[in-house]
Every structure is written in structure tokens, then in C-alpha cells.
Design a protein around this ligand. Structure first.
Ligand code: G3I
Length: 313
């Protein structure tokens, strides 16, 4: 009987992540698409104290036709967050992906005006109610140059400063972030971003933070993650892990170690404000076949969940 009880404890957590998140927040990407699963919904509200809409605040979701805004699902998530005493990270205002066709067909000043109007409407709707926004998302190539997109074609690199300025005007209290992937270690891409953030700060562009997505596979967390977070923090911005998931099918122990490492690295940097996990249960992940999340298909805590709880304490 005792052995069975002990076995039952493997992979279990004693209470909720959020009960241990005193120095940093612990968030999850959440989508109402899965709210029909009561286990998912209850884990979202019980375990986490921050929420990022997984898809519901993207451009195609909020402005499917020009000037016609649809906030039904975004509102549902903001309401869910309020009910469960969670803060919200808004994701995302300017991105090369999930751009509705009407917007893709615009060029030059017409696109610039549409971008400003989008930022002002979406941020205005939730003014005062969103802790931070990913103002621009994934604007770099792997070699540290700016990604070619409708935004650069219309405004060159200037779209970034213009977007941040429009964002500050729309909600002066929201923290304004630039967010990207493969920038977690010191490399050509993160150095391109570092140079941009330094330039934006010098120019007085209102940028408050850098989001490190952190889509990893087990065993691949960069050993210089903490060093890299610190060099950005030293520029005078907040940093956050914004989309953490760790592909680890068949590698649960390594996956658990890696989750703990990422949280410890954030805790070691005083300007690292929090860690958001990109989902909750494996089966609803965008990379479900790699079992990248702390809870399994049935919502049971994996070794990763125990490790997250331990690292937060
Ligand atoms: O809602 C439609 C549904 O009506 C339709 O039947 C179905 C058929 O494919 O598609 C559904 O939309 C999908 C949506 O997820 C909701 O499930 C889109 O096709 C699909 O492209 C979309 O994928 C999302 C992806 O971003 C693209 O926007 C993922 O859920 C989401 O996890 C992922 O998140 C991104 C971050 O925003 C940025 N960083 C990388 C990260 C992972 O790719």
C-alpha cells in the first residue's frame, strides 16, 4: 500500500504552480477552443497566474476585414483571466504570419495607416487591462538581419519604431515587448535583436521588454540563456520567457530538468519578470507529437510539472 502511494506521487504536484510564483509570474498560452475539456479549463485557472491568448488576439482574429473588429474570443479570454485573477500578455499586434488577406494587399502609407489603426483599436479595447503586449513579433532572420515582410516593404525598418509609438499612445500603462524565437542563447539572431533594442532605446522609442519564446527540444536549452537574458536586461528592458515548450517524447527526465533550468535562469536575472508555457496539456499543443508540455493528454502532471513547481519555490 505504501509503495502504491509513493508511486502515485511520482509526477504529481503538491499544489499549484501559481502558489509558488512569488518572484516571477507563471503563465500559459490558453485558447477557448479547448474549454469544452473541463480538465484543461480547470488547469488553466488553477495552475497559472498569467495568460496569453494562443491565437485570439492575432491580426486575423481581431480584424478579419478592414475596420471590422471581432473581439468575441479575445473578450472571453480576458474575462476568464479576470475571473481567475490572472494577468494577460497580449499577443500579437504586428507579425508576418496570420495577416488577413485584406491587409496583405495593402502597401506603403495605406499599410502604415492600417497598422496604426489596428494597434489603436485592439489596444484601446483592452486599455488598462493588459499587463504587456507583444507589439512586434518574429521580425528577425536567423543571421540577425531583418526579415523581409509586408512591413519592411512598406516602411523599411521604421515600422518597428512606428508600431511602438502607436502602442504607447494606445495604452500608456501596458509594457511593450518585442518577441522572437531562436534568440535564447547568444548567437547572430539574438545579437541582431540586441543591437536593435539598443538603437531603439537610444532613439527614445518606447520599448519596455524583450520576449524570448523558448521553443526547445529536450537537451537543447542554451547554456548561456541566463547570460543572454542578463545582457538584454542590462540595456534597461524587462525580459520574459514567453512561449516555453520542450519537445521530449520518451525523454521525460531530461525534459523536466530543462523546464527547471529555464525557470532558474529567469529567477537568476532580476529583470526577468516571468515564464509563460506555450500550452498546458500535450494533446492540445501545436507540436503535440513531441509531448512538450507539463501535463499529459489526460491532464496528469508529468515529471516536468514537478520540476516546475520545485524550481519556482
Ligand atoms: O481555427 C481554425 C479552424 O477553424 C480550422 O478548422 C483549422 C483547420 O486547420 O484551423 C484552425 O486555425 C488554426 C489555429 O492554430 C487554431 O487551431 C490555424 O490553422 C493554425 O495555423 C493555428 O496555429 C497556431 C500558429 O501559432 C499560427 O498562428 C498555433 O495554434 C499557435 O500555437 C502558434 O503559436 C505561435 C505563436 O503565435 C508565435 N510563435 C510561434 C508559436 C508556435 O508556432
Amino acid at each position: 500500500m505504501k509503495i502504491l502511494l509513493l508511486l502515485g506521487l511520482v509526477g504529481s504536484i503538491s499544489c499549484a504552480f501559481r502558489d509558488h510564483a512569488n518572484k516571477i509570474y507563471i503563465g500559459a498560452a490558453v485558447s477557448p477552443t479547448y474549454f469544452s475539456d473541463a480538465t484543461y479549463q480547470s488547469l488553466a485557472g488553477a495552475q497559472f497566474n498569467f495568460l496569453t491568448p494562443e491565437n485570439e488576439m492575432k491580426i486575423d482574429a481581431t480584424e478579419p476585414s478592414q475596420g471590422q473588429f471581432n473581439y468575441a474570443q479575445a473578450d472571453e479570454l480576458v474575462q476568464f483571466a479576470q475571473t481567475n485573477n490572472m494577468k494577460v500578455r497580449g499577443h500579437t499586434l504586428v507579425w508576418h504570419s496570420q495577416v488577413p488577406s485584406w491587409m496583405q494587399s495593402l502597401t506603403g502609407t495605406a499599410l502604415e495607416e492600417a497598422m496604426k489603426n489596428h494597434i489603436s483599436n485592439v489596444m484601446g479595447r483592452y486599455k488598462g487591462g493588459i499587463y504587456a503586449w507583444d507589439v512586434v513579433n518574429e521580425v528577425f532572420n536567423e543571421d540577425g538581419t531583418l526579415r523581409d515582410s509586408i512591413w519592411t516593404q512598406a516602411m523599411q525598418s521604421g515600422f518597428i519604431a512606428t508600431a511602438f509609438q502607436a502602442a504607447r499612445e494606445a495604452d500608456p500603462n501596458a509594457k511593450l515587448y518585442i518577441n522572437d524565437y531562436n534568440i535564447e542563447g547568444v548567437n547572430a539572431k539574438s545579437t541582431g535583436l540586441y543591437n536593435l533594442v539598443q538603437e531603439l532605446k537610444t532613439q527614445g522609442v518606447p520599448i519596455d521588454g524583450v520576449g524570448f519564446q523558448a521553443h526547445f527540444t529536450a537537451g537543447s536549452v542554451p547554456t548561456d540563456l541566463q547570460t543572454n537574458l542578463q545582457r538584454f536586461a542590462d540595456l534597461g528592458v524587462d525580459v520574459a520567457i514567453t512561449e516555453l515548450d520542450i519537445g521530449g517524447a520518451g525523454q521525460e527526465a531530461q525534459q523536466a530538468t530543462d523546464y527547471a533550468t529555464v525557470i532558474q535562469d529567469c529567477l537568476a536575472v532580476s529583470r526577468c519578470v516571468g515564464v509563460t508555457i506555450w500550452g498546458i496539456m500535450d494533446k492540445y499543443s501545436w507540436r503535440a507529437s513531441t509531448n512538450p508540455l507539463p501535463f499529459d493528454d489526460n491532464g496528469n502532471a508529468k515529471a516536468a510539472a514537478t520540476a516546475i513547481e520545485g524550481a519556482l519555490q
